[in-house]
Write a protein that binds this ligand. Structure first.
Ligand code: ADP
Ligand code: MG
Length: 347
């Protein structure tokens, strides 16, 4: 028997899906992008699924159920925006164990409803089942785009600029803070005063992890500025990993500059406190849900005028590989892929 860890997440998906035939002309893009692309009439339908498992993707010790519902919806919307589309409908499948009450599920739905309301999405169905293990949430989102608007992972061209929205590594540092407080709490003796976690001043980091937003605004900004990305992906597993997906699928290489990685001040402060390498956090932290995309070199002028979008590097030919250029042009460090840790190939 082969241990799943020997393949890693992406190796596993590749193996499971490489022999899948496509028999319908309406299937334009199958496995391999942020969402599948289906053709019915002039419009393109975008479909994406994400599963969240208790103990793997979330820890109920520090995750409010409302936030969980909100995040579950938003990460699906993010995949639709990453195709340059608009999310429209959501289906929600829930597996729930005995320790959950009706009120608990109400809270999850409060979060789901809020996300749907904010992003203009209709919750149109799903499935509910009892579960012997923890809580499972599996969501499917349906979106739409004009045929010409769909942006895939495979369109990056040599000399294109690499851009990323917002800042990176904040959600990961938020998770570190929550994990630290959880450990402190577990070690507090019963007779001691209950330790109150002190997150004051770090709310931004917690929010980035517990209640992320999908970058609908970035997609709108690009459209208004008449910039069509040549390739795009959302940053769920970490910048390195996503950039490698773009480059592999586009058949190109890349260079990004360490000093241009967008990092919030609080992220830097907290990384230092935890004795973590800041760039590693920004490159591999994940769960940022920012948009990573490429544009032609000629879009540089327009891009530089957009608020909250940063050029971090450029696309090269494939033979040059994918690397990070250290501070002061010091050295080139090859980029490494990282999927979810529990499926990670440790080699
Ligand atoms: P994302 O991080 O954008 O959600 P994933 O890395 O989860 O994307 O998935 C990459 C691609 O593999 C997607 O096209 C997804 O639909 C597909 N995929 C993932 N798991 C499976 C599976 N078990 N069977 C078929 N396709 C899958
Ligand atoms: Mg994605």
């Amino acid at each position: 028997m082969t241990d799943i860890a020997t393949l890693g997440e992406f190796g596993l998906i590749r193996r499971l899906t490489e022999k899948l035939p496509t028999v319908n002309a309406s299937t334009i893009v199958g496995v391999g992008d942020d969402a599948a692309v289906l053709a019915y009439g002039d419009k393109r339908t975008l479909v994406t699924s994400d599963m969240l498992l208790e103990g793997i993707h979330f820890d109920l010790v520090y995750t409010p159920l409302r936030h969980l519902g909100y995040k579950a919806a938003v990460v699906n919307f993010s995949d639709i925006y990453a195709m340059n589309g608009t999310p429209r409908q959501l289906l929600v499948n829930i597996g729930v164990g005995r320790r959950f009450s009706v009120e608990h599920l109400d809270e999850i739905y409060d979060g789901l409803r809020l996300a749907c309301e904010r992003y203009g999405v209709d919750l149109v169905g799903g499935d509910t089942s009892s579960s012997l293990t923890g809580l499972t949430l599996s969501l499917t989102c349906i979106g739409e785009a004009d045929a010409n608007d769909v942006v895939r992972r495979n369109g990056a061209q040599e000399t294109d600029l690499i851009c990323v929205s917002g800042d990176l590594g904040a959600a990961y540092m938020g998770l570190q803070l929550l994990e630290r407080e959880k450990a402190v709490f577990a070690n507090t003796e019963q007779n001691e005063m209950a330790a109150q976690p002190d997150f004051s001043g770090r709310e931004y980091l917690l929010e980035r992890f517990l209640k992320p937003e999908a970058r609908r605004d970035v997609v709108a900004q690009l459209r208004t500025a008449d910039i069509r990305p040549t390739s795009m992906i959302d940053v769920s597993d970490g910048l390195s990993s996503e950039l490698l997906h773009l480059c592999t699928q586009s058949g190109v290489g890349c260079r990004i500059y360490e000093e241009r990685l967008p990092i919030d001040y609080l992220t830097a402060l907290t990384a230092e406190e935890f004795n973590m390498n800041l760039s590693t956090c920004a490159l591999n932290g994940g769960e940022d849900y920012e948009l990573l995309f490429t544009v032609p070199l000629t879009a540089h002028e327009k891009i530089s005028q957009l608020e909250g979008i940063k050029e971090i590097g450029y696309i090269t030919k494939a033979s040059l590989g994918c690397a990070l250029i250290g501070r002061g042009d010091a050295e080139e460090i090859p980029l490494r892929a990282q999927g979810w840790v529990h499926l990670e190939n440790q080699d």
